[in-house]
Design a protein around this ligand. Sequence first.
Ligand code: PMP
Length: 410
Amino acid sequence: MPAVPAEAEPLDVLGVPGEINLDYAATAPCARAAADAVAELLPWYASVHRGAGALSRRCTLAYERARQTVGDFFGARADDHVIFTRNTTDALNLLARALPAGTTVVTFAGEHHANLLPWPRGSVRLPVPADSGEAVRALDAALAELRRAAQPGLPVLAAFTGASNVTGERWPVAELARVARRHGARIAVDAAQLAPHVPVDLLALDVDYLAVSGHKLYAPFGAGALIGRSDWLDAAQPYLAGGGATARVGAGTHEVTWAVGPARHEGGTPNLLGAVALAAVCDALSDADRAALHEREQRLLARLREGIAALPHVVELRTFEPDAPRVGIVSFAVAGWDSSEVAAELARKHSIGVRDGLFCAHPLAQRLLTEAATRSGRRDLPPTALRASIGLGSTEQHVDRLIAALATFA
Ligand code: PMP
């Protein structure tokens, strides 16, 4: 049974006693606030935007209230839409489909596949930078070049991550946004890994679009969001054609007037439970002392990284300098060991869950493994890596257990 004490706080997370989850970056455990919001809805949920019954009307209100909460939490402006999606991948694919014809997207090679693969042909992929200053300079130069070469008036979108899912390193979002803005480009931030760790605000960062996943933000699976400027979204073909996305459909085959607003891209019956759970976490995080949460996480992260650094057979993967700001994610390789074997043994012998592989960021992970081998002088690093990631439910004991377990692979 999940271990949730009766007096649990909204941001306590559910878990299974004895199982150490150090894989928050893949999917974070469910926060008490989200579990409570779902439990409250279960007895009375009914259709959203479709029924006339009292329960259905109440559900429609709950769904739209969730939209407002999520928008407020991420600093949505008056002309932004909050579109509920399945996850970040879905949100970025939706944005890719809504780009005006001829849009060039500029991104970095170190992105998660969700922010590499949806973009149209002709997109520019900048090399992985050596530090955050280089990232800003590279974007500046690429956008200047595009402005010279591209047809005037064609849109440009700079799309980059807020924090790397491989290294946890934070990207200089505000600086990159400032540069993009100066060149007249729009800005999309993949906030899948940033949002669970620090406040992310569209207005404060001056970015146009944010993509987030509820399941990385302590809500259950199935709900994410694309939040951002309404004009392209309202002009685009609906992401999912069908019921709910239409204002009117006539008898003729092509006689259809699509809805304007979030509904245009939310065809089909909406995921009320997912939206409400995500909103509940947003509310709980809004009420929390996020600076204190951040400080606690940074202490645990430092303990984790110091523990790894003290193991001569374990090499950390990183793009930037060791002290660059980062969220609670560390990737590493164990010399002489296949990463999947290490992960399996951590699970079997130590009840510790981590991730192994290339983390859906193959170009970056492969490059960092090669660099790690050069930096450490170890010729026996494996071709894939391991990743430990922490969050609200992580403790010093979890970190220490991982380090002690990794020591046994010497
Ligand atoms: N971007 C980043 C930075 C991620 O870490 C992830 C998930 N690993 C995604 C996008 C995709 O998220 P999802 O699988 O929830 O669509």
